[in-house]
Write a protein that binds this ligand. Sequence first.
Ligand code: NDP
Length: 499
Amino acid sequence: MTAVHVPGTPAIEDGQLVSTSPATGVEAGRVPVTDPSEVAAAVERARAAGAWWAGLGFAGRRERLLRWRSLLARRIERLAQLVHDEGGKPVPDAIVEIATAIEHIDWAARNAGRVLGPRRVRSRLIVAEFSGHLEYQPYGVVGVIGPWNYPVFTPVGSAAYALAAGNAVVFKPSEYTPAAGQWLVDSFAEAVPEHPVLSAVHGLGDVGAALCRSGVDKVAFTGSTATAKKVMAACAESLTPVLLEAGGKDAMIVDSDADLDAAADACVWGALTNAGQTCIGIERVYAVEPVFDAFVGKVVERAGRLTVGADGADIGPITMPAQLDVIRRHIDDALARGGRAVLGGADAVRPPYVHPTVLVDVPADSAAVREETFGPTLTVNRVRDADEAVRLANALPYGLGGSVFGRERAVAIARRLRSGMASVNSALTFAGMSTLPFGGVGESGFGRIHGEDGLREFGRPKAITRRRARSLLPSMTFERTPGDVARLVKAVKLMYGRR
Ligand code: NDP
């Protein structure tokens, strides 16, 4: 008989991390816990594998990464089931998540050579006797620390790009989703059996902390802002570079000329998919006065139709039990400060589920507006115009993504959002476009995954100049003469001195 544990709470038994369904408590998988003192040794093993991997060159890595991609594509249903069993995510949502991750592997594998490979850069008149050469060389070993809410998409967003760039990766999955993490590592080992180029270390936060201090050459962290700060502090001790993908409180702006049906549809999806446990989830909406009531009506109608439950429902359980208290506090606080629930409300939290909740007229200083809720809740507030909407959207320290619905001004509004990403007349769609960089500003972190910037994030720029002729204006030598310096002065005035 399958053992049933405290739903969703990871337990350690006989040196194994036991992962359970937050809905049923049924065991989803178990993995060996890594002692923090062994993490550095895992990194050293990865270093040796990484040297082999880097030696394969872009073409060799591309072929192997595409092999891994194909394997994931062929087994997409199996992995989706595991993601569902372990984190509670509805299977169709898990499919969408994995499909997006597969696209990223494909793009990173196919484009790494073009973006990072050796190339000539144009010289300039003042140094015309030299040619310029640029390439992005792998760091060596990249430590990837991942969260539980998108246990495939988030680590792959870093790992696929780091691997394509020629690095080995040591991955620390969240303690809530270690089985999905190990599945990724095992499938990679099937596609690339020669060396452990992608490996995992498992455990609680202390294992992640050990990874930061293990001698890795870069850390790519995805998780909460609070932990991001700890990761950065730990990495500062050894000046290990970090990429931080942290939390968010993304806003949607609905302008007066928006298609309200499309806006409501995207809003409900953007806010409630994965039970709202999405870093780029829509948590706040600012709708302009003339369309506010009609928009709220459409949102409530759509969100009210969603089903909540373990299997086959639109909204699954809250993965991390402790998050239920945060969600309850945000709803209660919003209501206590004068907000109104037009759907759900105080009794929406029914562990392990939270029923869709739409709050309107919520004061700007309430927790539901200021802090990341990470639940299937949404605040919708009325604004005079798009300017006020932008001001309120930009009023928080977070700045991850955002969405704008409208026609005339929508793109201009999107550009004014203080965020790393925005989607116009859709929600969350930038995450699936592998050609675009993904990342935030302010308390949402820094650095980029995905796209060309995401590839460059995992390579050190190596700049080389090569002499191709004698210097006409020799200056970087003690052999220069006063005449050479005088000619340089003349040239500088000629080239740069004119207005
Ligand atoms: P956490 O910050 O709690 O954990 C993230 C990872 O860090 C986990 O693997 C965790 O391990 C590990 N960790 C914990 N403590 C330390 C430490 N001191 N040093 C190093 N690593 C440590 O985040 P969650 O897992 O709760 O994920 C949810 C958060 O992630 C949300 O805030 C969400 O917005 C954000 N997120 C951001 C994304 C982005 O791209 N910007 C994407 C997805 C999520 P353990 O689980 O074992 O404690």
